[in-house]
Design a protein around this ligand. Structure first.
Ligand SMILES: Nc1ncnc2c1ncn2[C@@H]1O[C@H](COP(=O)(O)OP(=O)(O)O)[C@@H](O)[C@H]1O
Ligand SMILES: [Mg+2]
Length: 288
């Protein structure tokens, strides 16, 4: 099957004048970031910036992402996943298991979402029950993680098959954790670039960021987020974001600026990478 994307302006098809060279999906969340749009662009055979279908989908699913991290030996916090129907069938059993296996505090999240939507910290059984009910409104899978007392670090990755890592930045949240309010509403969270952490930890984070990028089969760009446990200094990988915030004040471009690449240079590089990946794919034989 073949189809083509066309450019439309005020309802009029632009014809050859509107031919698409490269698409830059500047969308977050469902359909934009989860591989759906990427699949459409693959079928239309148009070069596009950022991760492909598989990488995008893995980047959205906190359970499968963790399974891949685990398989290559990246350190992750303990977690449990439940389906919504299991929760509805046997809530008491699930609450008991979480209490035995995770204890408090723990974090409860919808598996497929982002921006801290539906994420809650539970300190006791009543909060846990409430948090699972909230997460179950957003997704059919719910993930529960051991809560750790941590600093939060982020690292930018850029490239295709030979990705490079930026310097590491730190997020200092204005709230008890980096919830929706602290991210987007109160404007009081701070970013510190480069993070004020020991060089060995920064190097470890940069190494893990590249390892995660390759393990999840990402391309173009990703921001990889980490926890550094306060008491032990232990680094845990939390998640990747395959379409990270990209305004001039967002972490991803700021990390690259501090690494010697301007905003414009990052954009140019991303477009080059999109075209390179598209060209590489054209080399694949598609018939016997
Ligand atoms: N296991 C955890 N321990 C401590 N804090 C956590 C944990 N999981 C999440 N958080 C806090 O919640 C925030 C949002 O969780 P995260 O997994 O990053 O979801 P999202 O994809 O919505 O950004 C994190 O930035 C962090 O502040
Ligand atoms: Mg996050």
């Amino acid at each position: 099957m073949k189809f083509r994307l066309i450019s439309v302006e005020n309802g009029e098809e632009l014809g050859s004048r509107g031919a698409l060279d490269v698409v830059f999906p500047v969308l977050h969340g469902t359909y934009g970031e989860d591989g759906a749009l990427q699949g459409l662009l693959e079928m239309a055979n148009v070069p596009y910036v950022g991760c492909g279908v598989l990488g995008s989908a893995l980047g959205m699913d906190k359970e499968k992402m963790k399974m891949v991290f685990q398989s290559v030996g990246l350190p992750i916090v303990d977690y449990l996943v439940y389906r919504r129907n299991e929760w509805e069938r046997s809530p008491e059993n699930i609450l008991d298991t979480v209490e035995q296996r995770m204890g408090y505090p723990c974090f409860v999240k919808p598996v497929n979402l982002g921006s801290s939507v539906g994420v809650n910290k539970a300190r006791n059984r009543a909060e846990l029950e409430h948090a699972i009910n909230v997460a179950a409104e957003y997704d059919r899978k719910i993930i529960i993680e051991r809560g750790i007392n941590c600093r939060e670090a982020e690292c930018g990755v850029l490239g295709n098959d030979e990705p490079i890592a930026s310097v590491v930045g730190e997020i200092v949240s204005s709230n008890e954790f980096y919830d929706y309010r602290a991210k987007y509403i109160d404007g009081k969270s701070q970013t510190i670039i480069p993070a004020n952490i020991p060089p060995t930890i920064a190097e470890e984070i940069r190494r893990q960021a590249v390892q995660a990028f390759l393990a999840l089969d990402l391309s173009g760009l990703a921001r990889v987020d980490f926890f550094i446990e306060r008491e032990t200094g232990q680094v845990y990988i939390n998640e990747v974001n395959t379409l990270p915030g990209f305004t001039s004040i967002s972490m991803y471009p700021k990390l690259w600026e501090a690494s010697g690449l301007s905003y414009d240079q990052v954009l140019d590089r991303l477009i080059e990478l999109a075209i390179e990946r598209h060209a590489d794919r054209q080399r694949n034989r598609t018939s016997l």
